[in-house]
Design a protein around this ligand. Structure first.
Ligand SMILES: Nc1ncnc2c1ncn2[C@@H]1O[C@H](COP(=O)(O)OP(=O)(O)OP(=O)(O)O)[C@@H](O)[C@H]1O
Ligand SMILES: [Mg+2]
Length: 228
């Protein structure tokens, strides 16, 4: 469960990215974050995975007050949150297997567990046959599937996806959405920022719209609500 109470984020240069956001997202939810460029969507997500801390207000993820977290506790909370980016961010010199295994090594998972788990998630994303490929040898959609495998490998309770289909063609995007729906169906909360009108209007889920750092709309089975 994610909860924000009157969260403000002002960056050091004075930009007010969020201005008093209060919201509650339950465990089984799939939430789209929509809104114009610069509205505060990425900031909202960075606060969830503790890339940034709020200037004011409280944010809790699974009961942890993440703005006030002691440094030694950060890795513990982060392993419970998988992050997916528009530009995939795979490590270019590592194979597919190594990219996914690395996410388990950093949390010091036992070797035996890594060996069993990595093929399992690669199977789930349909890319078991690419274990030995390098990211540059994969298509964009395949790279995003690997990034998703990496995000879910430690069984996080929350997935934060910042425009995960932003660099992909429509058909590949639908494939990525199917995968995210499946992951949500298995019990993982998903918060996804997107500018993809077709996706939001077709796969209907909760829509939270942010404008100028405020939540201006929050609808259970909402639509995209903007022209593009
Ligand atoms: N690191 C930063 N330092 C200063 N200002 C920032 C920083 N990151 C974001 N901002 C500012 O905060 C505001 C919100 O940015 P944010 O990246 O959250 O928007 P967004 O909704 O994700 O936009 P987009 O749809 O273009 O990705 C913008 O005005 C932006 O310029
Ligand atoms: Mg953004």
């Amino acid at each position: 469960m994610i909860e924000m109470q009157d969260v403000w984020k002002t960056y050091t240069d004075g930009s007010h990215a969020l201005r008093g956001v209060s919201v509650r997202i339950e465990k089984d939810e799939f939430v789209y974050l929509v809104g114009p460029s610069g509205a505060g969507k990425s900031t909202f997500m960075k606060l969830i995975y503790r890339e940034e801390v709020p200037t004011k207000g409280q944010i809790s993820v699974n009961g942890f007050n993440i703005g006030k977290l002691k440094h030694r506790k950060i890795p513990f909370v982060r392993r419970n949150i998988g992050v997916i980016f528009q530009d995939f961010r795979l490590l270019p010199k590592m194979t597919v297997y190594e990219n996914v295994a690395f996410a388990m090594e950093v949390i010091e998972a036992p070797k035996k567990v890594i060996k069993r788990r990595v093929p399992e998630v690669l199977e789930l994303v349909g890319l078991k046959h690419k274990v030995n490929s390098l990211p540059a040898q994969l298509s964009g959609g395949e790279q995003q599937r690997i990034a998703i495998a990496r995000a879910i490998v430690n069984n996080p309770s929350v997935i934060v996806a910042d425009e995960p289909t932003g660099n992909l063609d429509p058909e590949t995007s639908w494939g990525i959405m199917k995968l995210l729906e499946e992951i949500n169906y298995r019990g993982t909360t998903i918060v996804m920022a997107t500018h993809n009108k077709d996706i939001v209007n077709t796969i209907r889920r909760r829509v939270i719209a942010i404008e100028h750092g405020h939540i201006v709309r929050d609808v259970v089975r909402g639509d995209y609500g903007y022209d593009n």
